[in-house]
Write a protein that binds this ligand. Structure first.
Ligand SMILES: C[S@@+](CC[C@H](N)C(=O)[O-])C[C@H]1O[C@@H](n2cnc3c(N)ncnc32)[C@H](O)[C@@H]1O
Length: 232
């Protein structure tokens, strides 16, 4: 039986079971390989933890949104705010638009972090993107992303380069393969663990930085970082 995802008492979003089938159905407009890629991505990353870290309303910007999986899950969860998905790869934006209709409350746009209007968002998501940003450019990248937040705004970043050594090796090998095959386009490929993300968030002037190991039960060393922009 399908159980829909809903909001928790704290107002943060939660995922239930039955979402794999719902995703497969929702992505019917995509080609079979594209649907399979989404299905695999859904199963291989800790989306319940990502959703659980996001608030159920407000204005959310999703940096490196890819083909729109987070946008879909937000809508399944009853997210009541506005969503802007940005990605520098036009192929990803095209794919997102093919299965997720754009509305006044949900838009996708080709663009990097600077495309987000400063101070316009109460939440920013950065899900599995930093490994594609060259290490020397990450501090500036995260600072520019954090600028999109309004005072008190929430930053949520998922990274996959942490955990035990065997997971770190596996993540590095998989990322090399994805970039090498042209599945993922990025300027670099270098893993980034939660400790590094925490440091980047602090350097960006964010407060209340927290890192949680969310890789349990997956093959990857996923770590989830949350932080807030200081209130005015
Ligand atoms: C592994 S995919 C993750 C997609 C999506 N966030 C998800 O979790 O399903 C990484 C994404 O980062 C995007 N990306 C690469 N370089 C980027 C950059 N400099 N700024 C923003 N996004 C970037 C890629 O185009 C790709 O869609």
């Amino acid at each position: 039986m399908e159980r829909h995802i809903g909001t928790t008492a704290e107002g943060l979003l939660a995922l239930g079971s039955g979402e794999s089938a719902a995703l497969w159905k929702a992505a019917a407009a995509l080609t079979l390989p594209e649907r399979a890629h989404l299905a695999l991505r859904f199963r291989s990353a800790p989306w319940t933890k990502v959703l659980g870290a996001l608030e159920s309303g407000g204005a959310l910007v999703d940096f490196g949104c890819g083909p729109g999986l987070l946008a879909h899950l937000l809508s399944r969860a009853g997210f009541s705010g506005t969503y802007l998905g940005l990605d520098p790869d036009p192929r990803k934006i095209d794919r997102a638009r093919r299965w997720l209709p754009e509305t006044a409350a949900r838009r996708f746009q080709v663009g990097e972090v600077d495309a987000a209007p400063p101070g316009a968002f109460s939440q920013a998501a950065l899900i599995d993107v930093l490994y594609l940003v060259p290490p020397g450019e990450r501090a500036g990248f995260v600072s520019r992303a954090a600028r999109a937040l309004s005072p008190g705004g929430r930053f949520v970043a998922l990274t996959s380069g942490g955990g035990p050594r065997w997971k770190r090796r596996l993540d590095a090998a998989q990322e090399r393969l994805a970039v090498g095959l042209g599945i993922t386009r990025g300027a670099a490929m270098a893993t980034c663990d939660g400790g590094e993300v925490a440091d980047l968030l602090i350097r960006a002037g964010l407060l209340g930085v927290g890192i949680v190991d969310v890789g349990r039960g997956t093959l990857h060393g996923f770590e989830l970082a949350t932080a807030r922009r200081p209130s005015a």
